[in-house]
Design a protein around this ligand. Structure first.
Ligand code: HPA
Ligand code: ZN
Length: 340
């Protein structure tokens, strides 16, 4: 995909990125080899050929399989460093990264190994690329409440390094209400919340995320549009949605990028951001997601600039850096002759 100079130069924040979903096949094979673990695919090409998904669960099965080769602190560092190198080249200035501790602790990997490795790379990325960061710990919703409580407890020694808690994995049949008590405890401990909702699940799950989890952002949120009252409520709240077009296409949440709901979201006055979700599996990083909406959904450069501003406004950044990055978007848009 050709990326326009405007999108390439646009300062952006990525707010919806699963670090385990940035695991490119070549790095996966390299780490598997050095850990003496075999993958059920002989070649990088055979693995890539398996990335043909009909729904979220098809993808998750391969996603959880891939992350099993991650064992050491260096593995988590290398995974995260590879992502940061990619997005530094796309002019991403701030990242808020999801990680799935239960995908690792369930295999006997220490919580500390995971978070220390990720943080090694994030700190290096901030020094070398000037990319600021926050970490968001996700609970796997297909597991039970007790497992989530255990994970929250395991995170406590690292609480200063965790900006928020999130909710991901298999949505259907696992409503936000299942974790209301976990999120209440997290709130008591001072963690703000985000949650995946309305990707495959019904609009009611978005309502539950608002009312029962008291989220600050909705991840995906596409299906909220099916409920006009909910859509109006999200718009009135200025509740950010972290939208991921190429993910939606690969997981058959939309049948065609031409039919992506982003323009309808903008028309409804929703606050939207654009993100890549699991870029190694879905065929593009953040710039490819911006470009896809420009090429196929008729979203013009002025709207893309506003989406980039919203990505900083919707972040957990402190006000001075947030405002400085928004001013960089303004300057870039002005330089390119792109109006408001
Ligand atoms: N949805 C839910 N869970 C996930 C996703 C997603 O798109 N990616 C990684 N875990
Ligand atoms: Zn996601």
């Amino acid at each position: 995909m050709n990326i326009s100079p405007f999108i390439q130069g646009l300062p952006k924040a990525e707010l919806h990125l699963h670090i385990e979903g940035s695991f490119e096949p070549d790095l996966m094979f390299e780490i598997a080899r050095r850990n003496g673990i075999s993958l059920p695919y002989d070649t990088v090409e055979a693995l890539r050929a398996a990335y043909d998904f009909s729904n979220l669960q098809d993808f998750l099965d391969i996603y959880y399989q891939g992350m099993q080769v991650l064992v050491t602190r260096e593995d988590f560092r290398d995974l995260t460093a590879a992502y940061l190198d990619r997005v530094a080249a796309q002019n991403v200035r701030h990242v808020e990264i999801f990680f799935d501790p239960q995908g690792h602790t369930s295999r006997g990997i220490e919580f500390a190994t995971v978070i220390d490795g990720i943080r090694d790379a994030l700190e290096q990325g901030e020094r070398e690329h000037g990319i600021s960061f926050r970490l968001i710990m996700c609970f796997l919703r297909h597991l039970d409440e007790a497992d989530a409580f255990d994970t929250l407890e395991a995170a406590l020694p690292f609480r200063d390094h965790i900006a928020a808690v999130g909710l991901d994995s298999s949505e259907t049949g696992h409503p936000p209400s299942k974790f209301a008590r976990v999120f209440a405890k997290a709130r008591e401990l001072g963690f703000p919340a985000v949650a995946h909702a309305g990707e495959e699940g019904p609009p009611e799950y978005v309502v539950e995320a608002l009312d029962q989890l008291q989220v600050r952002r909705i991840d995906h949120g596409n299906r909220a549009l099916e409920d006009p009252a909910l859509t109006a409520r999200l718009a009135a709240l200025g509740m950010p949605l972290t939208v991921c077009p190429l993910s939606n296409l690969k997981l058959c949440v939309v049948d065609d990028l031409e039919n992506h709901p982003l323009p309808a979201m903008l028309d409804a006055g929703l606050v939207v951001t654009l993100n890549s979700d699991d870029p190694a599996f879905f065929g593009g990083y953040i710039n490819e997601n911006y470009q896809a909406m420009s090429d196929h959904a008729g979203v013009d450069d002025a709207a893309l600039a506003e989406i980039a501003r919203q990505s900083f406004r919707a972040s957990f950044l402190d006000a001075p850096r947030r405002d400085a990055l928004i001013a960089e978007v303004d300057a870039w848009a002005r330089k390119c002759g792109v109006g408001q």
